[in-house]
Design a protein. Structure first.
Lengths: 59, 184
């Protein structure tokens, strides 16, 4: 999310001239219904496997 | 859910509780070991627990028979959607397991995250052009989230042989209706 916001600023896809932090806030307010924001996605892959979820090979 | 399935679901819950207890013990030990380190977390990683924990815990701790986790770092990975749908259908129709007993979590990150952004963000920040996502309705770079909407019109009551059945739909709305959780 922060990466997308930073890229929008750096490659001028930023019609309101927002800061990256402001764009992050905007994205957070515009997630699709039902999506759940969590703080650390890669770490979540470990936590969920420790909870019993099986990682699916998907490529 | 029949008795056998219920028992298995409860068993998973007990194992999970034991894992959590062990993890908590480890975390306490780690906290002691790291107590002297400075706190330098980036903003990306300092989302307060209160902002996500309740929804997160409710979503990932539902009882089930099987628990699947999809890693989704690349929006160009088109196999994801059919794989999720096919996994659900395999559980339900090939093995006769109850609907909702296969618990699925999709962890989006890097470019996969944009599948969880709504149409306003897609249009405003030109996500289709940036990430080479084409809208099949226009043949142009997507200015809407093409992954989110339903692709079929029917409910789960329609048989799998009906192309309009919910169970043949790999759009996010349909998958969420079947219990799939999208983390972003």
């Amino acid at each position: 999310m922060h990466g997308h916001a930073g890229l929008a600023v750096s490659d001028t896809r930023n019609p309101d001239n927002k800061t990256a932090t402001e764009i992050v806030d905007e994205i957070m307010a515009n997630l699709v219904p039902g999506a759940i924001a969590i703080p650390a996605a890669v770490f979540e892959l470990v936590r969920l496997q420790e909870m019993g979820y099986k990682l699916v090979v998907n490529h | 859910m029949d008795a056998k399935h219920e028992q298995k679901a409860r068993g998973v819950g007990r194992r999970d509780a034991l894992r959590r207890a062990a993890a908590a013990t480890t975390a306490v030990a780690a906290g002691i070991a790291l107590a002297g380190r400075p706190s330098g977390t980036a903003r990306a990683h300092n989302m307060p627990l209160s902002e996500f924990q309740d929804a997160y815990e409710a979503a990932v701790n539902r009882p089930g028979l099987h628990y699947q986790l999809y890693q989704f770092p690349n929006i160009a990975n088109a196999t994801l959607w059919d794989n999720i749908r096919n996994g659900l259908n395999g559980s339900q129709f090939s093995y006769g397991e109850p609907s909702g007993s296969l618990r699925v979590v999709v962890q989006a990150y890097v470019t996969g995250n944009i599948a969880t952004y709504n149409d306003a963000i897609w249009a405003k920040y030109q996500l289709g052009a940036k990430h080479n996502v084409t809208d099949p309705q226009t043949g142009q770079p997507a200015t809407r989230n093409i992954f989110y909407p339903r692709k079929t019109t029917g409910g789960a009551d329609l048989p799998i042989s009906d192309p309009q059945s919910l169970v043949n739909d790999a759009g996010m709305v349909a998958l969420m209706e079947r219990g799939v959780v999208f983390l972003t």
